[in-house]
Ligand binder design. Structure first.
Ligand code: NI
Length: 231
């Protein structure tokens, strides 16, 4: 996005202006399209590296919801995510199903990963994706950060088939979608990069969940669950 804004500034068009040239290029810019890819259950050596390489080549940002014990085993990958502009989030310490758990052990699972990320990456808000997307109404208000679900689920963990995942994402993706993927599978990483290539041609920008909400004027609240960029 930075390059695009810079170009507009150089052309003397204020960022955010909808005054566009009256040629064919106007249609593409008229409606800005943003989408967020999210990756759960990593990081994993081999697959996450490949994904980070591919995202960097394409100028695409993403959001990673990390399992604490996986993060602790791959700290360099977590630092690389942050350094390359991706959003890092929390997916509990050991990938537990929070729904139905007592509050104290459930919050401890969240807090342990949070403390690890604070120590590794510095102070920040590390948003939560509850494993399986399930947390339960009693626990929700006790979570001290915003929570993220998704609006597009290609069930990549089930098919482990690159083409099936690409087709499912392209069928369901819309502006402001939040897409669920898993960077622990080589098939999902390859699918994600193909999705980026296809949707960039359609004018999409790949941003983090935090950026997607901000672009839509949504102020994230602790304990609230977000499924798309508009809420
Ligand atoms: Ni998961």
């Amino acid at each position: 996005m930075a390059i695009w804004v810079l170009l507009l500034l150089l052309l003397g068009v204020p960022a955010g202006s909808r005054a566009l040239p009256a040629d064919g290029s106007a249609a593409l810019l008229e409606e800005e399209r943003y989408i967020a890819l999210t990756f759960d259950d990593g990081p994993r050596s081999g697959t996450t590296d490949r994904l980070l390489d591919g995202l960097r080549q394409r100028g695409a940002s993403a959001t990673f919801f990390l399992v604490g014990e996986q993060a602790a085993a791959n700290p360099a990958l977590v630092q690389r995510m942050q350094a390359e502009g991706h959003q890092v989030g929390n997916h509990t310490w050991s990938h537990v199903r929070l729904e139905g758990m007592d509050a104290a052990p459930a919050l401890a699972e969240i807090q342990r990963t949070d403390e690890y990320l604070q120590q590794l990456l510095g102070e920040g808000d590390y948003w939560l994706r509850p494993p399986y997307g399930l947390i339960g109404e009693q626990l929700e208000p006790q979570v001290p950060v915003p929570m993220v679900k998704w609006s597009v689920d290609p069930r990549d963990w089930e098919s482990r088939n690159t083409q099936a995942v690409v087709r499912a994402v392209l069928r369901d993706a819309k502006p402001n979608s939040i897409v669920l993927l898993h960077d622990i599978y080589a098939t999902s990483v390859e699918a994600a990069l193909q999705v980026v290539d296809a949707l960039q041609k359609e004018g999409y920008w790949f941003v983090t969940v935090e950026e997607l909400l901000r672009l839509n004027g949504v102020t994230p609240q602790a304990g609230a669950l977000y499924r798309t960029g508009t809420g």
